[in-house]
Design a protein around this ligand. Structure first.
Ligand SMILES: C[S@@+](CC[C@H](N)C(=O)[O-])C[C@H]1O[C@@H](n2cnc3c(N)ncnc32)[C@H](O)[C@@H]1O
Length: 659
C-alpha cells in the first residue's frame, strides 16, 4: 500500500513497509492477512523452525530428504519476489561450540538460501550472530555469496552500544545479550571484513527501545543498511492510547526514510487500543487505516499507521534535491577545464546557478566601490578582466555590478576555449556590449595584455578549490594585474573530512584495479557518514606576493572522531572548498558555511584502497600533498594513524590534472 507519497521522492524504497512474522506453513494466508493489513511485504521464515537436518537424517535412516518447506507453487513468482523477504531460521548458530548444532546450522543456512534463491526472493534476513565471534558464520555466508545471483543478504544487527564500560556504581552492566560492554557495530564490521565487504551483504538493524548516542547512530548511515526492524516494544503510548515514538526515535525514523531504508515492524501488539476506534488512528492523515471489509484489523496496524504518519509528515524534497536525486552517490571524474574544452551542456549547467553569479556580482560591486570613490565615479574607468570567461556569465555579472554601483567599466573577456569564444562574440552583439567588452581568444598564461587590470575576475575553482588549477592559471594572469589590483576570488581553501562510505567504496572496488582507488571523484554524497568536522587543507591567495613561489603543498591533518561514536570505518575523505571572493563575500561548499542554493559543485571524494577502522580515542592522521610537475598537477594521500596505508597516487600515476 506504501506509507505515502513524498513529492519528488517516488523511487524511495523506504515508502514500502514490511512486517516480521512467525512461521506459517500456509504462506498464501500469511501473505493475504499482512498485505490486506496494509503492509507491503512480509519478512517470513521459509522453513519450519523445528527442522533440524540431523534429526531428519536419524529419523530417516539417513536416506532421502524430506520437504523442509512448502511448495513454491503456493505463490506466484511475482508474489514471492515482491512481497516476501526470507527470514532465515533464528536458531542457527554457526559458531556454536556444539558441533552438531554448528553443522545443522551450516546445512540449514545453505538449504534456506538455496530455496530463497529458487523463489527469486529479493532478500533474506540472516539472524544476528549469537556470540562474540562470528568467523564460521561469516565464512559460510561468504561461500554462499560467491555464487549468489542478485539476492541481497541482510545481516540482522541490534542497534546497541553501551556508552560506558561501567555504570554509575562502577559495576559493569551486562546488556540485553548478556554481555558486558558491547558495540554491535564491531560485530558487523568483523563480519563484513571477513567477507571482504561483499556488495550483496547488507545490514538490517533492530531499533530497540533505548538508542545509542547520535554520533554512534550516524556512522550507520555510511554503511549498507537496507532495513530497520522496529519492535512494537520500542513504541510509547500517547495520551489517546495509540503507539508513538520518542522524539529521538522519530528523528532516527526520518533519517531512515531519507536514506531509503525500509522499515519492518515486528513483535506483538503492545497497546490496548481504546475500544470503538479500531478503524482509525488519530495520527493518520490519509485515513489509510480502514480495515478491509470482513477482515480483522491487523494487530500491528496502528504501528504501521504511525510510521505512515511520520513518512507523510516529512517536508517534500526541495527542488534542488529532487533535481540532484540521480547524482546521489554517483562517482564522476572531475572536469579538466584547462586541458579539455568544456561542452555547451556543461556551460549551460553552470549558467543556471544564479546564486554563484549573484555572489560574484556582490563581490565585484564591493571591489568597484572600494576602488573608485563616488566623486570619481564618472571620470575613472575601471579595467576589469574576466579570465576564463566561458560563455560570458561573469562578464554579465560584472557589468551589472558596474550599473548597480554607477561605476564605469572596460572589460576584457579572456577565454582559451575557441567554441566558447564563438558564443561570446554573438553575446556581445545581442547585448550591445561591443564598445565596453573586448574578447580575447587566448590562454591567460600567455596573453600579452595591452594594459593592466584593476580587477581580475575568475572562476576556475574545482570541488577541492585548487584542483582545476586555478593557482597555476592565476599565477600566469597576475602579470597583467596592477600592483594594487584586486583578484576575485582573493583566496580559496580546500577541506578534508573522513567519511564512512561503503557504497562508494564498493563501486570503486568493482573496477578491480588500482587506478580507481587512486582517483578523486566528484560525487553528490548521500549515503555517507561524516565522522567529524572537516579541516582546512591548502589555501591559495591572489594576488600572490611572489609568483615564483611553488604551488606544491603538504599538509598533515589529525582528526579526532568523537569518542561516543564508537569505532568507525573510514573509506576515504570528502573534500570541499570555501572561497573568499572579496572581503566578506564568500562562496563555497564546506558544509558548515556552504553557500545556500548553489549547485555548481558537488563534493570530491578521495578513496582509501583499504578502509581503516578507527577505534574510539585514537586519532586519525592523514597526509596530503599537492605536487606540481611540468605538465601535470596531482595529489598524493595516505594515512599514518591508527595504521599506515600506502601513499596513494605516487607520482600521479593514476590521477592527475593536465597543465
Ligand atoms: C569553470 S569555467 C567557468 C566559465 C564561466 N566563467 C562561468 O562561470 O560559466 C572555467 C573557464 O575557464 C576557461 N579557462 C580555463 N583555464 C584557462 C586559461 N588558462 N586561459 C583561459 N581560459 C581558461 C575554461 O575554458 C572555461 O571556459
Amino acid at each position: 500500500m506504501t506509507l505515502g507519497e513524498r513529492q519528488g521522492d517516488e523511487k524511495n524504497d523506504s515508502k514500502y513497509c514490511g512486517v516480521e512474522t512467525e512461521f506459517n506453513d500456509d504462506m498464501p494466508q500469511l501473505l493475504s492477512v499482512n498485505i490486506h493489513g496494509g503492509f507491503d511485504f512480509v519478512v517470513a521464515p521459509l522453513m519450519d523452525p523445528a527442522y533440524r537436518p540431523s534429526l531428519l537424517l536419524s529419523s530417516n535412516g539417513g536416506s532421502g530428504v524430506l520437504p523442509f518447506a512448502g511448495s513454491d507453487l503456493v505463490l506466484s513468482p511475482s508474489q514471492w519476489s515482491r512481497h516476501v523477504v526470507g527470514k532465515i531460521s533464528s536458531w542457527l548458530d554457526l559458531d556454536s561450540e556444539d558441533e552438531m548444532l554448528r553443522r545443522d546450522s551450516e546445512i540449514t543456512l545453505k538449504q534456506e538460501i538455496a530455496w530463497a534463491s529458487h523463489l527469486s526472493l529479493q532478500a533474506c534476513l540472516l539472524p544476528a550472530p549469537k556470540g562474540v565471534t562470528c568467523a564460521n558464520y561469516a565464512r559460510c555466508v561468504n561461500q554462499i555469496l560467491q555464487n549468489l545471483s542478485n539476492m541481497q543478504l541482510w545481516l540482522r544487527i541490534p542497534l546497541e552500544k553501551s556508552d560506558d564500560d561501567d555504570d554509575d556504581d562502577g559495576n559493569r552492566s551486562p546488556n540485553s545479550m548478556g554481555e558486558e560492554h558491547r558495540d554491535s557495530w564491531e560485530m558487523w564490521n568483523s563480519f563484513r571484513t571477513l567477507g571482504e565487504h561483499h556488495s550483496q551483504l547488507s545490514v538490517a538493524f533492530d531499533v530497540l527501545s533505548s538508542l545509542p548516542s547520535v554520533n554512534s547512530l550516524a556512522r550507520w548511515f555510511g554503511e549498507p543498511v537496507r532495513a530497520a526492524i522496529i519492535n512494537s516494544n520500542s513504541f510509547l503510548t500517547n495520551a489517546r492510547g495509540y503507539p508513538c515514538l520518542s522524539k529521538r526515535h522519530q528523528n532516527l525514523v526520518t533519517e531512515i526514510f531519507n536514506n531509503s531504508i525500509q522499515i519492518v515492524i515486528s513483535g506483538q501488539q503492545m497497546q490496548n487500543l481504546p475500544t470503538g476506534t479500531s478503524g482509525t488512528n488519530s495520527h493518520n492523515s490519509n485515513n489509510q487505516s480502514e480495515g478491509v471489509e470482513g477482515m480483522q484489523r491487523h494487530p500491528l496496524r496502528s504501528y504501521l499507521d504511525y510510521i505512515a504518519y511520520l513518512y507523510q509528515k516529512m517536508d517534500p524534497l526541495p527542488e534542488q534535491e529532487r533535481f540532484e536525486l540521480g547524482y546521489r552517490d554517483y562517482l564522476q571524474s572531475p572536469l579538466q577545464p584547462l586541458m579539455d574544452n568544456l561542452e555547451a551542456q556543461t556551460y549551460e549547467t553552470f549558467e543556471k546557478d544564479t546564486t554563484k553569479y549573484i555572489q560574484y556580482q556582490r563581490a565585484v560591486a564591493k571591489a568597484l566601490l572600494d576602488r573608485v570613490p563616488d566623486e570619481n565615479a564618472s571620470t575613472i574607468t575601471t579595467v576589469l578582466m574576466v579570465v576564463g570567461a566561458g560563455r560570458g556569465p561573469l562578464v554579465r555579472a560584472s557589468l551589472q555590478a558596474a550599473e548597480e554601483t554607477g561605476r564605469k567599466l572596460r572589460v576584457y573577456a579572456v577565454e582559451k576555449n575557441p567554441n566558447a569564444i564563438v558564443t561570446l562574440h554573438s553575446l556581445l552583439k545581442i547585448e550591445g556590449w561591443e564598445k565596453i567588452v573586448t574578447i580575447v581568444s587566448s590562454d591567460m598564461r600567455c596573453w600579452d595584455a595591452p594594459e593592466k587590470a584593476d580587477i581580475l575576475v575568475s572562476e576556475l575553482l574545482g570541488s577541492f578549490g585548487d584542483n582545476e588549477l586555478s593557482p597555476e592559471c592565476l599565477d600566469g594572469a597576475q602579470r597583467f594585474l596592477k600592483e594594487d589590483g584586486i583578484s576575485i576570488p582573493s583566496s580559496y581553501t580546500s577541506f578534508f573530512q573522513p567519511v564512512t562510505a561503503s557504497k562508494l567504496y564498493n563501486d570503486i572496488k568493482s573496477h578491480k584495479d588500482l587506478v580507481h582507488f587512486e582517483t578523486a571523484y566528484v560525487v553528490k554524497l548521500h549515503r555517507v557518514a561524516r565522522l567529524t568536522s572537516p579541516q582546512p587543507v591548502f589555501t591559495f591567495n591572489h594576488p600572490e606576493d611572489s609568483t615564483k613561489k611553488s604551488n606544491d603543498r603538504y599538509k598533515k591533518l589529525r582528526f579526532e572522531i568523537p569518542t561516543d561514536t564508537g569505532s568507525a570505518l573510514v573509506h576515504g575523505f570528502a573534500g570541499y572548498f570555501d572561497s573568499v571572493l572579496y572581503k566578506d563575500v564568500h562562496l563555497g561548499i564546506e558544509p558548515s558555511t556552504a553557500t545556500p542554493n548553489m549547485f555548481s559543485w558537488f563534493p570530491i571524494f578521495f578513496p582509501l584502497r583499504t578502509p581503516i577502522c578507527v577505534q574510539p580515542g585514537i586519532p586519525l592522521e592523514v597526509h596530503i600533498w599537492r605536487c606540481c610537475g611540468t605538465s601535470k598537477v596531482w595529489y598524493e594521500w595516505g594515512v599514518t594513524s591508527p595504521s599506515s596505508s600506502p601513499i596513494h597516487n605516487c607520482n600521479g600515476r593514476s590521477y592527475w590534472v593536465g597543465l
